[in-house]
Write a protein that binds this ligand. Structure first.
Ligand code: NDP
Length: 241
């Protein structure tokens, strides 16, 4: 059975992606940064589909953590064939009030984390002459958003990174794509003020916020052989926002 690794797979969008991949028959590894009970819950759900599942505490912005994580997954389940770079954080604020620390934390987790995990995954994918990398960016990385310059920079960076790595490894049987969600109901968006949520809703033609399931459906396609001729793309999952 093939192995899928989902970073930040313990909660929110990553959790639903992990469960969907387990349902497709992938052995699933997830990483989380602090909330172990959420990781345990996700793993229990994945195992219901009769696959192997494991969780690892790893900070995706730390190279040693990332190396250990890939080594551990390979030892226990085999090389990673599907990598979903989903772990992400926000630390919002207007530019003039944004600290260097908040800028670095967001760019390191979102963008550097994607770089480190992709680099760690690619050698085994090259050996296997197949692999699927799906990077979770954001519509904010495409359009920008006031109060999120650090987050937008990290997510726009992921788009450039995705297109470049897709060009480097297309001939090796590896596809690299990005999914750009709009407003998805998770812990990340629950913390926004009601008036901000109402404003977002007005901009969504389909008239509702997205669910983690909406995003996971597209990731499932990009992780499957049905998408073998799709690479270097950014697929927006925004309800038309
Ligand atoms: P959540 O806040 O619900 O979950 C974030 C996940 O990432 C958790 O599993 C968390 O682990 C993990 N994580 C955070 N930092 C690290 C780290 N340094 N190393 C490893 N794991 C880490 O986020 P969402 O589900 O809302 O978002 C998932 C992705 O989708 C993110 O990349 C986000 O930017 C993107 N996105 C979300 C949108 C939305 O509307 N929700 C819209 C557009 C994009 P732990 O549980 O231990 O904290």
């Amino acid at each position: 059975m093939s192995v899928a690794l989902v970073t930040g797979g313990s909660r929110g969008i990553g959790r639903v992606i992990s469960e969907k991949l387990a349902r497709q028959g992938f052995n699933v590894a997830i990483c989380y940064s602090g909330n172990e009970s959420a990781a345990q819950d996700t793993i229990s759900e994945c195992k219901k589909y009769g696959v192997q599942a494991m969780f690892i505490k790893a900070d995706v912005s730390n190279e040693a953590d990332v190396k250990n994580m890939f080594d551990e997954v390979k030892d226990l389940m085999g090389p990673v064939e599907v990598l979903v770079n989903n772990a992400g954080i926000t630390k919002d604020g207007l530019l003039l009030r944004m600290s260097e620390e908040d800028y670095d934390a967001v760019v390191d987790t979102n963008l550097k984390g994607t770089f480190l995990c992709t680099k760690a995954a690619i050698k085994d994918m090259m050996k296997a002459r197949k692999g699927k990398i799906v990077n979770i960016t954001s519509i904010v990385g495409v359009n920008g958003n006031a109060g999120q310059s650090n987050y937008a920079a990290s997510k726009a960076g992921i788009i450039g990174f995705t297109k470049s790595v897709a060009r480097e490894y297309g001939s090796k049987g590896i596809t690299v794509n990005a999914v750009a969600p709009g407003f998805i109901q998770t812990a990340m968006t629950d913390k926004l003020p009601e008036n901000v949520k109402e404003d977002y809703l007005k901009q969504i033609p389909v008239g509702r916020f997205g669910s983690p399931e909406d995003v996971a459906n597209v990731v499932e396609f990009l992780a499957s052989e049905r998408s073998d001729y799709v690479t270097g793309q950014v697929i927006e999952v925004t309800g038309g926002m």
